[in-house]
Design a protein around this ligand. Structure first.
Ligand SMILES: Cc1cc2nc3c(=O)[nH]c(=O)nc-3n(C[C@H](O)[C@H](O)[C@H](O)COP(=O)(O)O)c2cc1C
Length: 411
């Protein structure tokens, strides 16, 4: 089972009883051919083409050539345990996301357990560019897991940012910041032996100098792309602590590889400000996408409506529509019901606040079905609920077609 590092949303029901949890681990329908891993041969190692190979004078050029070949994606779905699974990634891609991370996978369990691999990592040919993220504290185990996913992704990413207790107990994520030589050995192992480039996702240190030294060490070890979450290990609550874009800017200026910013991306104005203020190559969003998977297409929730009335209009799309699209993707790309349950709460949170009785009814279901979920959206609509997503005229076309809401609606 995926390692649960999620901070529980207060609107979620309390932990299900054991038999309910087992029901939620069922796949929502039969597994289909996109679960490719069991059929793949491990990648050959030590390729002379390895993008991350150390000491090569043109390594940095090749790092950039790879990034540009992927289309230099700017709008990226962040890794989220139990939440950035295939159907959710595909929904976000439809609405403007240009690349996506898988949820964090546990490298040891992944390399040892076929059921975990089949259930927790699924992909399809349209699911690119793709970062597959692992947590790890053993270079050989990490390499073994990375070789299995290499043929299906564009980066193998190391999670160096998870601040949760489970990561402390398992000695991975942000707790490896206390053991930089171990981090170096993880990056070097992949960089020297894997054809697919290695990327890292980090948190910042309280001290900027330490952050820069850390980032340079990663680049020198062979990291080909760095995502920087601009909060420290102790700043767990994203609603309380603003991400430090100044630190991210300093990292971008100190490195030669592509750098991505993470934190405080809630709508397209944030995307523009972050790109301008930090000079980074792209941004990651997590929490806000869960509520509004159409964020990167320029849609925003009512919370982010400001200024003159006429500059914001009803975008002709709402979270009920998005949930229905997500459920259809789940029928096509099966996932455990527990993932669907969380997305229902996130996307329909505002709707449930108006109709708590519908939420209670949903929480009571120990065994979910698609029929129940489609009916529930219809029931909410029947009760007259409609909370539109809005578009701001300045969002259309600013970063190209990908963020023109009209283009999405017309398609
Ligand atoms: C539900 C959830 C699950 C997450 N799981 C992961 C994960 O698997 N790997 C990871 O590196 N970060 C994980 N994170 C952290 C996010 O990727 C991101 O760094 C953090 O939420 C800050 O971005 P935001 O301000 O856009 O939410 C998770 C965050 C959330 C909300």
């Amino acid at each position: 089972m995926a390692t649960p590092i999620i901070t529980q949303n207060p609107s979620l029901p309390t932990a299900p009883k054991e038999e309910e949890a087992l029901e939620d681990d069922r796949l929502c329908s039969g597994i289909s051919s996109f679960s490719l891993l069991e059929k793949e041969q491990p990648q050959s190692s030590s390729s002379s083409d390895s993008l991350s190979s150390l000491g090569s004078p043109c390594r940095i050029e090749r790092v950039w050539a790879h990034w540009k070949k992927l289309g230099a994606p700017k709008l990226i779905v962040a890794p989220m345990v139990d939440n950035s699974e295939l159907p959710f990634r595909m929904l976000c891609r439809k609405y403007g996301a240009e690349a996506a991370y898988t949820p964090m996978l546990h490298s040891r369990i992944f390399s040892e357990n076929g059921k975990y691999r089949t259930q927790e990592f699924t992909t399809c040919k349209e699911d690119r560019p793709l970062f597959v993220q692992f947590c790890a504290n053993n270079p050989d185990t990490l390499l073994e897991a990375a070789q299995m996913v290499g043929p299906h992704c564009d980066y193998v990413d190391i999670n160096l940012g998870c601040p949760q207790r489970i990561a402390r107990r398992g000695n991975y994520g942000a707790f490896l910041m206390d053991n930089l030589p171990l981090i170096k050995s993880l990056v070097e192992k992949l960089a020297q032996n894997l054809q697919v480039p290695v990327s890292c996702k980090i948190r910042i240190f309280p001290n900027l100098e330490d952050t820069i030294t850390y980032a340079r060490m990663l680049e020198d070890a062979g990291c080909a792309l760095l995502a920087v979450h601009g909060r420290t290990r102790d700043e767990k609550d994203g609603t309380k602590f603003r991400a430090d874009w100044t630190a991210i800017k300093a990292v971008k200026e100190a490195l030669r590889i592509p750098v991505l910013a993470n934190g405080n991306i809630r709508h397209m104005d944030d995307v523009r400000s972050c790109l301008e203020e930090t000079g980074v190559d792209g941004v990651l969003s997590a929490e806000s996408l869960l509520e509004n998977p159409a964020l990167f297409a320029g849609f925003r929730t009512a919370e982010w409506i400001e200024g003159e009335e006429e500059s914001n209009r009803d975008g002709g799309l709402d979270q009920g529509d998005l949930l229905v699209e997500y459920l259809k993707l789940c029928e096509k790309y099966p996932v455990p019901w527990r993932m669907i349950r969380v997305h229902v709460h996130r996307m329909l949170g505002d709707w449930f606040r108006i109709h708590p009785d519908v939420r209670e009814d949903f929480n009571k279901q120990t065994k979910l079905t698609f029929e129940f979920l489609y009916d529930m959206v219809n029931r909410l609509r029947g009760l007259g609920t409609r909370i539109p997503l809005y578009v701001k005229s300045s969002d259309a076309g600013v970063l190209g077609d990908k963020v023109a809401p009209q283009a999405v609606q017309d398609s």
